[in-house]
Design a protein around this ligand. Structure first.
Ligand code: MG
Length: 162
């Protein structure tokens, strides 16, 4: 049986992952409106990945016979005006927030000697390194190709689903 605190945090993480999907979908829509379809494609795939993360956590709770309680998803908080770089910066900041959130659950699991949840979270710990790296790379690429934004857009449009 999982500890109540760990259950609560995992439940909240389902919401955070779905919020991430919502945030990235909003970013995709921002880029669609700007005519940057490659950027939009990249963020739409990112949104899909976040839904998958939420599903994985749901399933883990359900496999442990714990009912999932879905909460409301907040309105995405990004305000980008005309700044093409702004969503990229927010994406990195957001992934760092999610990393902290995963680490907090891990710390609780350690506290309660919940080896099962630690094992489950290992995938997420690794994934967050990847997510932060991807977000950071995106900012670097943007800086490198500011004068050829359409080339970067074309490149991002080629991202494939994992
Ligand atoms: Mg995620």
């Amino acid at each position: 049986m999982l500890n109540e605190k760990v259950i609560k945090l995992l439940n909240e993480q389902v919401n955070k992952e779905l919020y991430s999907a919502y945030l990235y979908l909003d970013m995709a829509n921002f880029y669609t409106n700007k005519g940057l379809n490659g950027f939009a494609h990249w963020f739409k795939l990112q949104a899909k990945e976040e839904v998958t993360h939420a599903m994985m956590i749901q399933e883990y709770l359900q496999d442990n016979d714990i009912p999932v309680e879905l909460e409301g998803i907040a309105k995405p908080h990004g305000v980008f005006n005309d700044d093409v770089k702004a969503p990229l910066v927010l994406a990195l900041e957001h992934e760092k927030f999610v990393t902290n959130s995963i680490h907090t659950i891990y710390e609780e699991a350690v506290k309660f000697k919940d080896y099962r949840t630690m094992e489950f979270l290992n995938w997420f710990v690794k994934e967050q390194l990847e997510e932060e790296k991807n977000a950071d790379d995106l900012i670097t690429r943007y800086e490198l190709s500011k004068n050829s934004l359409l080339m970067l857009d074309h490149f991002l449009g080629k991202r494939e689903e994992e």
